[in-house]
Write a protein that binds this ligand. Structure first.
Ligand code: HMG
Ligand code: MG
Length: 306
């Protein structure tokens, strides 16, 4: 039995995509000051993380927590080798992102019609040409594009989401030129075998190194889902330091998979990430203090009482 566990072929390295400053903060009622956001992102830049999603160029009326996107992007320290990305929903968002000189634009849409409509105020069909234009213009401006498909494992409004929808949207986003696609469990309903079934289907169409997993931990299954994704050959994971996070247009959505918990597990499995635990935990403590509340991640709390 132990032999069969040890036989599992886990990757040697994993890339962690830090989405805390964007997904982590977008739903926060208490506004985190621009200055604190900048300080936090600067700390994250020195942890060894190679990719930080720093904000969103969405309509500030929809996401007031990130209304300071320009100021944040213009004033963070740009550490060479780190990619600074932001969500971009449309042409107006791209204009703002390019003006602020973001490194990469992340376009996003949902695999379920109702969540897409509630989140970006458009049907799925209406969204395609908008994102097509953003991708084209971004690439023409020399900025690569990352794609997100949300509600891959379930929708807060529609329940089950068909794999055909996920495939169609993924194919369309790749045709637009996205460099990599992040598969979102927006409301944290996925379970490990479901993840493997979905990946088994998608990996017949897309290479593993073009897919990242984006788990929310609403029901405590995010880490188990990471493990089952690793077993399928996935090596890229989105996570949020301290387990902050949630989508305001997905009722019940809670924090993302916590970067500090993910790092703990990967370190224990001997999987390289290049991230320094002490610096990461310092950055987690910083934002926890600024937010004046206990963050949901386990590792941070364990180290606070140690
Ligand atoms: P809309 O209101 O339908 O936009 O919003 P519109 O085109 O009708 O324009 C209305 C007004 O908004 C206009 O201003 C525009 O200029 C302005 P007015 O003429 O009335 O003064 N506007 C903008 N202003 C600044 N920046 C912009 C922008 N666009 C329009 N980019 C829109 C459509 C998509 C913009 C809106 O629905 C929106 O901002 N949605 C974003 C919601 C969001 O950020 N949700 C969370 C992120 S997704 C997520 O969390 C899931 C993910 O983590 C993966 C997962 O977990 O599955 C990625
Ligand atoms: Mg998310």
């Amino acid at each position: 039995m132990l032999n069969s566990i040890l036989d599992k072929n886990y990757p040697e390295t994993v890339e962690i995509i830090e989405v805390g400053p964007r997904d982590g903060l977008q739903n926060e009622k208490e506004f985190v000051s621009t200055e604190d956001k900048i300080k936090w992102i600067n700390q994250l830049s020195h942890t060894g993380l190679k990719y930080i999603e720093v904000t969103s160029f969405v309509n500030p009326k929809w996401i007031p927590a990130l209304k300071d996107a320009e100021e944040v992007v213009r004033n963070i320290e740009r550490v060479p080798g780190v990619t600074y990305a932001a969500l971009v929903p449309n042409h107006r968002g791209l204009e703002r992102a390019l003006e602020a000189n973001i490194d990469e634009a992340s376009i996003f849409m949902s695999a379920s019609e109702t969540h897409n409509q509630k989140n970006i105020n458009k049907s799925i069909e209406q969204t395609f040409p908008i994102l097509q234009e953003v991708a084209k213009e971004s690439i023409a401006a020399g900025k690569s594009v990352r794609g997100y498909v949300s509600t891959v494992f379930g929708c807060p409004y529609e329940g089950q989401v068909s794999i055909e929808n996920v495939i169609r949207i993924s194919e369309t986003l790749f045709e637009m030129g996205v460099r990599e696609l992040s598969l979102g469990d927006t409301i944290g309903v996925a379970t490990p075998l479901q993840v493997q079934k979905v990946l088994d289907t998608l990996l017949r169409r897309f290479p593993a190194d073009k897919l990242a997993m984006h788990f929310h931990d609403t029901r405590g299954t995010a880490m188990a889902n990471v493990l089952s994704s690793l077993e399928m050959g996935i090596t890229k994971f989105d996570s949020s330091l301290g387990g902050l996070g949630g989508c305001p247009y997905a009722p019940g959505a809670s924090g993302n998979l916590a970067t500090d918990d993910l790092l703990y597990m990967l370190n224990g499995m001997g999987i390289q990430t290049n991230i320094q635990t002490d610096k990461l935990l310092e950055a987690a403590q910083f934002i926890q203090e600024k937010m004046n509340k206990t963050l949901p991640s386990h590792t941070l709390q364990a180290c606070s009482i140690a």
